[in-house]
Design a protein around this ligand. Structure first.
Ligand code: THJ
Length: 275
């Protein structure tokens, strides 16, 4: 298969048609997908990538459930997946984290998703998708792309560990609490996910060189292992994706604040991040 870059521009994808061994998975809202999607794209309800549970609803579904999802969509071991959504990369980034976790490492992110595709005036199809189901098998879940609460607890304060909190500033400071307790993990830095999207360029990821510098100024760089989280590891799908594109050792904390902030025993800091 041709070498398809991790960060794929809409025109690059358009130039790849007719597609062979490529599956475009679009996690746009269904009504949006039905109104117009990339020809041949299949739709995935983003809820299928989260294991329902209270109070922690964002964990990875088990292998059997994921086999069912990807078989329905028509994935094969040789398929290159193009991940897309209509929100600038949150769900698409989560999909990339899921693909990493199931050992399916042939994937790309369509920069800006359907928003950038439409703005470029590229062809669209309307209506429901048609899929060709397969029997996709997962040999093992790879936990190298995840961190657990206990692992985060053990690494707080380590020089080679950073935590990227993708939530809003109000959630980070504790002014707004979605879990029992508000605030942030000690040492975490906050850069809210949508700030990383360029609204003037179809929600593409901001300039990568500037992004790299901005993160370095916050203490996030390639010398560290980075854990990223939000409330249920949806918004941090985007930050996972960006860190991955920048070549960093990044791991998703799927328990996220729904786990940390609902636990009575985890250390929490409130207030703004240090300058
Ligand atoms: O987007 S979220 O997982 O923080 S609710």
């Amino acid at each position: 298969m041709a070498d398809i870059p991790l960060l794929l521009e809409p025109q690059q994808l358009a130039d790849m048609f007719p597609l062979k061994d490529v599956l475009i998975i679009d996690q746009s809202k269904l009504e949006n997908f039905v109104q117009g999607h990339i020809p041949g794209a299949v739709h995935l309800d983003f809820k299928r990538l989260q294991r329902p549970g209270t109070p922690v609803p964002g964990l990875l579904p088990d292998a059997q459930e994921l086999e069912a999802v990807f078989s329905e969509l028509g994935l094969t071991p040789d398929t290159h997946v193009i991940c897309s959504d209509d929100e600038g990369g949150g769900w698409a980034g989560r999909l990339i984290w899921v693909l990493d976790s199931i050992g399916h490492t042939q994937y790309s992110y369509l920069n800006g998703g359907i928003v950038a595709w439409r703005e470029a005036g590229l062809p669209q199809e309307t209506g429901e998708h048609a899929t060709v189901p397969t029997s996709y098998r997962i040999s093992a879940i790879n936990t190298d792309f995840s961190v657990t609460k206990d692992e985060v607890l053990a690494r707080i304060g380590d020089d080679d560990f950073a935590i990227w909190d993708a939530r809003s500033e109000a959630e980070y400071t504790g002014e707004k609490a979605i879990s029992k307790r508000g605030g942030h993990i000690p040492g975490a830095v906050n850069y809210e996910w949508t700030r990383g999207m360029d609204k003037a360029r179809g929600l593409r990821i901001q300039d990568l060189n500037e992004f790299r510098q901005l993160l370095a100024d916050m203490g996030i760089d390639d010398s560290k292992q980075i854990a990223t989280h939000c409330q249920t590891h949806h918004r941090s799908g985007f930050t996972y994706l960006v860190a991955k594109i920048l070549g960093y050792d990044v791991r998703g904390y799927a328990g996220s604040w729904s786990e940390w902030g609902n636990d009575e025993n985890t250390p929490i800091v409130t207030g703004p991040q240090p300058n």
